[in-house]
Write a protein that binds this ligand. Structure first.
Ligand SMILES: *Cc1c(COP(=O)(O)O)cnc(C)c1O
Length: 454
């Protein structure tokens, strides 16, 4: 053994030096081994304390990657990176109850034998969408994929407007989903102009279906034209083709009544306009867990449920039961008071301002200038890209820290706090912070602004 390598410390010694850390020991061991292997490869052994320090920072990096609660000061209500919609407390109770016990997930209690999965939920979702039938899969992408697989088995072409070949968030590009679903893209029109005639011209013996995709995360203005859903539905019927709309968000409430927002198209409206099947997410504006709802004609919904592929996309008991409670809240008329995304959007500016003032008062004496600012909250999740909801922020101009350093310190706290920087200030939008989290925000700012020594 070369002398340098003899100096590599024992794993156990490094673990001892790390002291107590709230991660399983095998996780720590792996990180120590990895660090020591690096030393061996480099044939260079840093001082013991430096090794411990390096392991400590890799432990910290991995510890932070654990899924944990985060305080969302971004003002984006449905933030895909931050887990989209927080669940209603009634849904959380359901999760506890169902998660802790056996349940009748696939058991017919009347007959004492194997039963249907999600029979009740499928009924309530259909009701919410004014649809003949509905079912649920893992997410909206899966819902679309399933529908594409089913309808493009014999004929392959999917007719879609070039204005709808969009990318939604990371890794969800409509053309790629179509391809993955085995479909052949038949683009019609141009980015800004697609006419009914374009659709009609494109339909041929190989056409499997007409697809419409809700342009959710951006909007086009100016010289823009596309046929209305009823006209397109009439064309689909004439040509005996299924007509599917990927709605994405799926608000089942009138968004314009909740706050200063535009109207977000509802699944019921789309179906009323003659679409055969509509797909939307469970965890965007609906405010439930991650899921993809498919609603529309019973004949089609049932055919999708018979697809072998359906089995691979189905949801588990926790998702189904949390969604079941969420749907019940809507049908009981309690959604606007019970679902966090809907209550947050309705909070008054006075209420938000009062909270901002209280937070600032609690932070007196810190080396920073704190003011009540204004913000523009957004629904997010690819919904209502044009609607900015007026909001209130706590604005921070630290005296001893650069803004990026403050942002990093807050992100690395427990719980982490995420905000944004604008006009030379760090801002925390109170619309997306639960009132019960205000004391945590105060503590996080105290810790971050007082610096590591404080
Ligand atoms: C968000 C969105 C999707 C993807 O939904 P997931 O539930 O994340 O799979 C698909 N289509 C549209 C139009 C969307 O807005």
């Amino acid at each position: 053994m070369r002398p340098a390598l003899r100096a590599i410390p024992a794993v156990e010694r490094v673990l001892q030096a790390l002291g107590p850390i709230d991660l399983p020991r095998p996780v720590l061991t792996v990180l120590v081994r990895r660090e020591l292997a690096g030393c061996r490869r480099a044939a260079e052994v840093p001082p013991f304390e430096a090794i411990v320090q390096r392991v400590r920072s890799s432990v910290e990096g991995l510890r932070q990657a654990r899924i944990q609660p985060v305080i969302n000061g971004t003002g984006i209500l449905v933030h895909t990176n931050l887990g989209r919609a927080p669940l209603a407390s009634a849904a959380l109770e359901t999760l506890r109850e169902i998660g802790a016990n056996y349940n009748n997930l696939e058991y017919d209690l009347a007959g004492g034998e194997r039963g249907g999965r999600a029979t009740y939920l499928e009924t309530t979702l259909a009701l919410l969408c004014s649809a003949e039938a509905a079912t649920v899969v893992n997410n909206c992408a899966a819902a679309l994929l399933l529908a594409l697989r089913h309808f493009t088995r014999r004929k392959r072409e999917v007719v879609i407007s070039r204005g709808e070949l969009v990318q939604i968030g990371g890794g969800f590009r409509i053309p790629e989903i179509l391809e993955a679903g085995g479909a052949v893209l038949r683009e019609v029109g141009t980015t800004n102009q697609t006419t009914l005639h374009d659709y009609s011209q494109a339909i041929g013996p190989e056409t499997a279906l007409i697809l419409r995709v809700h342009r959710s995360n951006f909007f086009m203005a100016g010289f823009v034209e596309s046929p209305g859903t009823p006209e397109l539905a009439a064309l689909a019927r004439r040509k005996r083709l299924p007509f599917i709309e990927d709605l994405g968000s799926g608000a089942v409430v009138a968004t314009e009544k909740l706050g200063p927002m535009e109207h977000e198209t509802t699944p019921a409206e789309v179906l009323r306009h003659g679409v055969d099947l509509v797909t939307f997410s469970g965890d965007k504006l609906l405010g439930g867990p991650q899921a993809g709802v498919i609603a529309g004609r019973a004949r089609f919904v049932n055919a999708l449920k018979r697809e072998p592929f359906f089995r691979a996309l189905r949801c588990d008991k926790l998702i189904l039961s949390a969604l079941q409670t969420t749907a019940d809240l809507y049908l009981d008329g309690q959604a606007a008071q019970a679902l966090p995304v809907l209550t947050m959007v309705q909070a008054s500016l006075e209420e938000l301002r009062r909270r901002a003032e209280n937070i600032i008062t609690a932070l007196g004496g810190l080396p920073a200038q704190l003011t009540v600012g204004s913000g523009k909250a957004q629904m997010g999740g690819g919904t209502l890209p044009r609607s900015f909801i007026p909001s209130v922020t706590v604005d921070i101009q630290p005296q001893t820290l650069a803004l990026p350093a403050l942002a990093t310190a807050l992100r690395q706290g427990v719980p982490p706090v995420v905000g944004y920087t604008a006009a030379g200030r760090f801002k925390l939008d109170l619309r997306t912070i639960f009132p019960s989290q205000d004391p945590l925000v105060v503590r996080a700012l105290q810790a971050a602004l007082a610096g590591p020594a404080g």
